[in-house]
Design a protein around this ligand. Sequence first.
Ligand code: FE2
Ligand code: FE2
Length: 389
Amino acid sequence: MSDAGAFLTAIGRQLSVMSLYGPGHPARVEGMNKVTEELTMLLRGNAFPAFSFLDGDVVYEGHVLSDMRHWEWSLKLAEVGIERLEVGPGTTREALEGFLEEAHARMSLEGEGASFRELDGQTAIRFGGVTLDPDEAEAEEEVLRDPLAISLEEEAEVIQWLHGEIDLHGVVPADEAAAVVKLLSVAMHSEHDVVVPLVQLKSVDQYTTSHSINVSCLSMALAEHLNFVSSDVRTIGEAALLHDVGKTKIPLEVLNKKGKLTDSEWKLIQSHTVEGARILLASGAGMELAATVAYEHHLSFNGEGYPELTYPRQTHEVSRLIQVCDVYDALRTRRPFRPPWPAARTIKFLEEKAGTHLDPDYVPSFIRMIENWEPRQVELQAEGDEAAA
Ligand SMILES: [Fe+2]
Ligand SMILES: [Fe+2]
């Protein structure tokens, strides 16, 4: 078993022991010794181990840990809002104990809110996941009534984390991105008919997150509507989710600027296509299509747009498919520099641009799909929103 697997196994055992024996029991002390020992081993090989608990699997160092597949505690931790665990080199036995007690308490007290946080102000160990404010009875009731809202908040948080990782390390954690798309696809098929869950953003800073979710859902819905095979639908969903990753390199003041952009700011915005492709190509095998889409999604059907091609050519069909969804969501969303467009105006715009800016075949298919499937709006809630509201 890997050191990471051994550490998690010790964590899982200790959580079981804690449900059987009270504080101070010898079995607890012994279990804690084991957890600390395994952490020391783990830290020898990796100074900053970080785990994500997604979909019943454990993602570690960008890969699903094969020896921890279907580890029961992955689901249990995620269920109580602990979808990530980071243990730095300064993690003390007390901090680990504090984390385990918190996890144990959450599992025994259902409905407790959780946020990504640091224990006792120290930074060596961090964990967290979804934010549910237990004081907001109304919001909670809403969440309980609408399971879709819960899952999309989770995805939103994972995407915000993905963007942070990209910013920090310059590469996309591929397994987590794939897991998010899988969960979005599940949300789309959770009812009798396919629904397109679209996220409404609460603050301007969430634009890239909510836009990524929406373009991914719309693109998968369109691909399904066009009878693409399901593995292709997922690949398209991933490429759509990541089409704007290059924006993580652009300062928010520029992305959300209200007034006219200067030439250099406009150049910076345009660079998100090339930058995104670069990040995706550096992220390992399997990201080639996503890189192509990131590079091409602002190139028009008639060859205009950016980045300028030395040898103009038709863009990839997946770039053209995602582009229609990208333009639709961008126009329907409120931005600091303009109000959201009404649906009818947006659809009229797509029709006008079919054959020049946009693909003339995908536009009518998209419109047929959108008119048949009432997109469902889900409000995106992120940490700090309650305070800001
Ligand atoms: Fe873009
Ligand atoms: Fe976009």
